[in-house]
Design a protein around this ligand. Sequence first.
Ligand code: NAP
Length: 335
Amino acid sequence: MARTIRFHEIGGPEVMRLEDVDPGRPGPGEVLIRVEAIGVNRAEALFRSGSYIEPVRKLPARLGTEAAGVVEALGPGVNRFEEGQAVSVVPSFSANDYGVYAERAVVPAAALVHRPDGVDAVTGAAVWMPYVTAYGALVEVGGMRAGDTVVLNAASSGVGLAAVHTANRVGATPIAVTRTRAKARRLLDEGAAEVIVAAETDVPRRVLALTGGRGAEFVFDAVAGPGVAELARAVAPGGTHFLYGGLSGLPFAYPGFDLGMPAWNLRTYTMLETTRDPERLRRAAAFVTSGLRGGAFRPVIDRLFPLEEIVQAHRHMDSGDQFGKIVVTVRPGAS
Ligand SMILES: NC(=O)c1ccc[n+]([C@@H]2O[C@H](COP(=O)([O-])OP(=O)(O)OC[C@H]3O[C@@H](n4cnc5c(N)ncnc54)[C@H](OP(=O)(O)O)[C@@H]3O)[C@@H](O)[C@H]2O)c1
């Protein structure tokens, strides 16, 4: 048996329970891992509350798509890994099929990457989702390169900070947008070329001033809602506005006509475009691993919670006060 987080009804953080569950044996193409650390994602809060892009299909349900651990057993046909190897789980499967909020969990081998030497479990759990999301949209799809400018909101989120590091890694200029001044200094310390405090500033006007009137080649937008029309005015002709999250929780009308039909590419993106394509995942893994080795990529850890405090971890995420990634650590057999 393995202590496992499950929920029996849709709802807030309090519906999550720690239960003894048989993790099962790995089937064809699957691996059983001992989990050491878990990356907490907004998607899990949305799934648990019934507002994710994919509905909960059966209850009780598990949670969790991002973790670091050690291989315990291999299913038939798995030959890329060995028992005892340190690995990370990259989000690439349906939350209805697997969940890593547990001491031990079965996951698809296709979702595993080798954890490089020297990468501890907390880093191994925190690095993949943010950096693959930023890399996949901006570099793989968008072709971001040296000299480009990217405007990114929710800048203090795990993905926002990874986008700052990714832009710097390719020689682009990251302009960070955050809601309050409280996080501005730390964003500059993490490599933002400029920080715009949304509550105090006309964001598109400031971006146009910073880019000599041209605008940014990319907007990387986790908030969506009414701010889309505003940020669209900050995009350079032919530039791309990636919508990858909906933190505002608000709808918006496509503003193309209101803006005078600019050459503005509005595109949704999820990291699944990258992680479910073996060749794209291979390129992403090479990019992230080389950034880790060189020190350019260092996931910012906001706070650690033990597995027993998963409810508090999700409440902390809901607060929006975090700076970086929330990680849950797993001590085998703790009660
Ligand atoms: N498409 C994909 O594949 C993909 C993958 C991973 C994550 N995501 C999405 O990316 C976003 C960030 O995820 P995350 O897990 O890195 O961090 P997160 O915990 O969802 O984001 C926290 C940050 O978002 C900002 N924020 C929180 N509530 C907000 C609100 N109501 N309006 C505007 N900003 C708000 C705050 O930043 P400031 O205080 O700096 O403003 C806060 O520090 C989420 O929307 C998530 O669903 C998408």
